[in-house]
Design a protein around this ligand. Structure first.
Ligand code: SF4
Length: 342
C-alpha cells in the first residue's frame, strides 16, 4: 500500500471550497482511490472515481471533472506538471518506501567509474530520498549535481520518460536511481554521457550505454522499414500533456515537402488496432515517446518519432531521443497543486 495523505487532501479541498471532486488513479492505486472516496464522503465531499486508465500527469481528467460539475480534480500517483488546467487539480504522487542508500553502498565501485562529478536523477517514486542519496555520495567523495529541470517536472533531479531536462548539467556521467529501463536508456541517449542505473529494489546496477546502442539499432531498423513508405499517418494526442499539434503539423509539412502523402490524425489512446482500416504505409507518433519506442512490436506498420522522420528524410544523421519540454502556466488558469504528504 502507498501512503496517500488523506487529511492534507481534505484540507486542500476545503480551502478550494470544492464540495464535489473527481478522483483519477493509475492501475496500481485503485484501492487507495476507493478508500479516499469513502473518506471524503464521510467528511461531506461528494467523490466520483474515474474508471479510465491513467498513465501519467500528462493526462489529467480536468475537462471531465469540469463536465461533471466538480470543483477540483484529484490526480493520484503522479507529481505536478505545469499544464493548462480547467479546474484546480491536486497532484498526489505515490512515494516508494524502499531505502535507496543500501543499493548505492553495494554499487559504490561501479558508481566511481562515472567520474568525480555526477548528475544525480530519479523518478517521482524515489525523489523524497534524493537528498539522502546526495549526502551519501558526497560523503564518498563525489561532486553531485542535481539539475533543476524545466516546468514539466516538479522537483530538481526528477526525470520523466519524456523529459530529461534535470540531467542537463555539466557532469562526467549520470547516476539514475530507479527501476526499469525506459528512463535510463532515454537519459543515456539524451545526455550522451555514461549512464549507470541503480535499482533500489533489486540492488543491481546496470550500465545503459549498451542498452542505448541496442535501442538505437532497433530504431534504425524501424526507419529502414519506413524507407519505401509513401503514405504517412501523423498522430497527435488529445491528452493535455502530450498534445503537440504544432510539432505534428511541422512533421506533416516536412513529409509533404519531400513528396510524401501525409495526414494528421488525432487520438486519445494511441494503439495500432484502432488504426486498422486506414490506408497508410507508416505512422509518426507525435505524443508520448513511449508509444513508438516501447510498443512498436504491436504495430503492423513502421512507427516513428518526429526526430526519426528527419533521419528518414535525410535531414539529420545523429539519433536523438524524442522529448517533450515543459510549458508555462498562464496566470488566469486554475492552479495545479502539488500535494506532497512528506
Ligand atoms: S508523455 Fe509519456 S513518458 Fe511523458 S509523462 Fe506522459 S506517459 Fe510519462
Amino acid at each position: 500500500m502507498h501512503e496517500i495523505p488523506f487529511e492534507e487532501i481534505l484540507q486542500r479541498l476545503l480551502d478550494l471550497k470544492a464540495n464535489r471532486v473527481l478522483i483519477q488513479t493509475p492501475e496500481g492505486l485503485k484501492g487507495e482511490a476507493q478508500a479516499l472516496a469513502d473518506f471524503l464522503e464521510r467528511n461531506g465531499i461528494e467523490a466520483i472515481i474515474s474508471g479510465d486508465i491513467n498513465y501519467g500527469a500528462c493526462d489529467p481528467a480536468d475537462t471531465e471533472a469540469k463536465r461533471l460539475g466538480c470543483g477540483a480534480l484529484i490526480h493520484l500517483g503522479h507529481s505536478y506538471m505545469a499544464l493548462h488546467l480547467e479546474v484546480p487539480t491536486l497532484f498526489v504522487p505515490a512515494f516508494a518506501k524502499v531505502d535507496v542508500v543500501p543499493a548505492l553502498e553495494r554499487n559504490i565501485e561501479e558508481i566511481k567509474k562515472l567520474g568525480k562529478k555526477i548528475a544525480l536523477v530519479t523518478t517521482t517514486q524515489h525523489i523524497h530520498q534524493l537528498e539522502r542519496a546526495r549526502t551519501f555520495l558526497e560523503e564518498n567523495g563525489f561532486e553531485v549535481l542535481v539539475g533543476k529541470g524545466d516546468s514539466r517536472v516538479s522537483w530538481p533531479g526528477q526525470v520523466l520518460g519524456c523529459n530529461f531536462s534535470a540531467a542537463r548539467v555539466n557532469a562526467d556521467g549520470v547516476l539514475f536511481i530507479g527501476a526499469g529501463y525506459f528512463h535510463p536508456i532515454g537519459l543515456a541517449i539524451s545526455t550522451r554521457k555514461p549512464t549507470l542505473a541503480v535499482n533500489p529494489y533489486s540492488g543491481d546496477a546496470i550500465w545503459m550505454d549498451k542498452e542505448a546502442e541496442r535501442l538505437i539499432r532497433k530504431r534504425w531498423a524501424q526507419i529502414a522499414k519506413a524507407m519505401d513508405a509513401e503514405r504517412f499517418g501523423v498522430i497527435t494526442s488529445t491528452k493535455k500533456g502530450q498534445l503537440r499539434l504544432a510539432e505534428a503539423k511541422r512533421v506533416v509539412k516536412l513529409l509533404r515537402e519531400h513528396g510524401k502523402y501525409a495526414k494528421l490524425i488525432a487520438m486519445n489512446h494511441i494503439s495500432y488496432p484502432a488504426l486498422e482500416g486506414f490506408d497508410f504505409d507508416a505512422y509518426v507518433v507525435v505524443a508520448c515517446p513511449r508509444v513508438p519506442i516501447d510498443d512498436y512490436e504491436n504495430w503492423r506498420k513502421p512507427v516513428l518519432t518526429p526526430r526519426e522522420v528527419e533521419i528518414l528524410l535525410g535531414l539529420r544523421d545523429d539519433y536523438e531521443f524524442d522529448e517533450i519540454l515543459g510549458v508555462e502556466r498562464k496566470e488566469d488558469e486554475p492552479p495545479g497543486i502539488s500535494v506532497k504528504g512528506l
